[in-house]
Write a protein that binds this ligand. Structure first.
Ligand code: AMP
Length: 218
């Protein structure tokens, strides 16, 4: 199964992708995570992406298309994947279509997680993740069972993203509306789009997405 999770920053794409990964045994591919790893490693791509990400703008289409093109050829995603944060522009979506045609595969569903802008700033400002395993948490909505200890791996080291601050969030939301929101129309025109209410609680959103995926044979 090949899926895209579409939605603004803070909609819950990463949280839902991690749950779907466990439930269906397919990998979450987050271009944001891959770019952050490149920045941390100081690779040539990371050097190019760092300042752009800090400003809350989009990294060039060429860079992210190249990353995804290589990644979806790897054997661990032969049975499918969940794209989280890609595509983010119509040019990226068209490039993905062309890549999939070349590889003889296709998308099964695009799930839009729709959330009001007003809720996003608070959601983003409160989020953090485990430094060791990447599990995501939130100050208000998703606390670890034992304070200060990761539920998944027991680590006590957490981190907050450098771009999760009020000023950068504003640019990221602007980038979403200007460059990514047109993908709702793009995928709706291809009859691939299913929208879920991302304002509902986390479990309910998962339930809705799982229901939709089962309905298409997952
Ligand atoms: P995310 O973790 O998805 O919120 O992405 C964090 C940042 O990485 C974004 O604000 C962009 O600067 C960059 N980024 C991630 N995915 C893409 C993409 N598909 N196209 C362009 N830039 C991206």
């Amino acid at each position: 199964m090949r899926l895209i999770l579409l939605g603004p920053p803070g909609a819950g794409k990463g949280t839902q992708a991690a749950r779907l990964e466990k439930k269906f045994g397919i990998r979450q591919l987050s271009t944001g995570d891959m770019l952050r790893a490149a920045v941390a490693a100081g690779s040539p791509i990371g050097v190019k992406a760092k300042a752009v990400m800090e400003r809350g703008e989009l990294v060039s289409d060429d860079i992210v298309i190249g990353i995804i093109s290589d990644r979806i050829d790897e054997p661990d995603v032969a049975n499918g994947y969940i794209l989280d944060g890609f595509p983010r522009t119509v040019a990226q979506a068209q490039a993905l279509d062309a890549l999939l045609v070349k590889k003889g595969s296709k998308l099964d569903r695009v799930i839009e997680i729709a959330v009001d802008d007003g809720a996003l700033v608070e959601r983003i400002a409160g989020r953090y993740s485990c430094k060791k395993c990447g599990a995501g948490y939130h100050d208000l909505h998703q606390k670890p069972k034992v304070e200060g200890v990761c539920d998944s791996c027991g680590s006590e080291d957490f981190l907050r993203r450098a771009d999760d601050n009020a000023e950068t969030v504003k640019s990221r939301l602007e980038a979403y509306h200007a460059q990514t929101a047109p993908l709702v129309v793009y995928y709706s025109g291809k009859e691939l789009l299913h929208s879920v209410d991302g304002m509902a609680d986390i479990d309910k959103v998962t339930e809705e997405i799982v229901g939709e995926l089962k309905a298409i044979g997952a």
